[in-house]
Design a protein around this ligand. Sequence first.
Ligand SMILES: [Zn+2]
Length: 287
Amino acid sequence: MVETFYNGYSGKQRNSTAKPARAYFASLDPTAPPHPCALCGDPDRPPTQWHSEDYSLPVTIAPPQTYPLCNACHGRIHKRFKAPAGEWELFCRHVDAGGYGREFTGLYAAPARKRMGEAIAAGLPVDLPAIRPRPDGPAWWRDLSLDPESLIAAWARPRPLRPRPDADTFRAALSSIGVSPKEEAILRFHAAARHRSVTMRAVARAVLNTDRPTTANLAYGRLARRLCEHLAWDPDRRDDGSPIWMSIVAEGWTPHSTPQAPREFEWVMVPTLAALFASPSGTPGVG
Ligand SMILES: [Zn+2]
């Protein structure tokens, strides 16, 4: 059981994949050699040590959703957010040099790791000697975020938690229901936002000339409801069963907020819809 967030998935959401994962592990041939570590290439890893980057539905126990990892690489991935400056990059360079995860601390003791990590963080050249040829394959771990917000933010999910309509379906639906210039401005503002993540207050200020989030909630929610009804798409629901119409266009999340740096609830536009409004030019069928 995990209780912490990762890539925008709560502990509860992460645990929901445990059953399909167990079924997959049970299906493995115990006499077959285990997959080598998908990060360092170490052939000697526990067969049931896997790491998920993507807990969205449908669950797949295979890359790029889930990777077979050795213990050392798995630990480094989860500890990268709190690691001393430069240490995750140093570990990646050790792997680039052909090193296995389990060899890292033996080759580089704590004082050396600290010194080299600080040098990397300062932008100084740090070259590690080659250990063995690297296995081929995409260096997917090089794209992992070091932003601690990625732990809890819906924008960090590789896919929406459950499938959304594809871009063509969205395009046709928007054309059918008719989108007002104001609604198109909302969609364009949302698609262009950093991480596709906005507060309703930001939408209200940027597009609706008001400081009131409820005005944006109403305007955006009406558009989302028309989309849901046109596509007969079942929206997420609150505990009382009432529909969350916005869920067809975006996923909500609660940023970490402090009295000194208050944050409000944010909505992350789903990628298939954002793709239609990402370019400054018009979208076919909309406008
Ligand atoms: Zn490894």
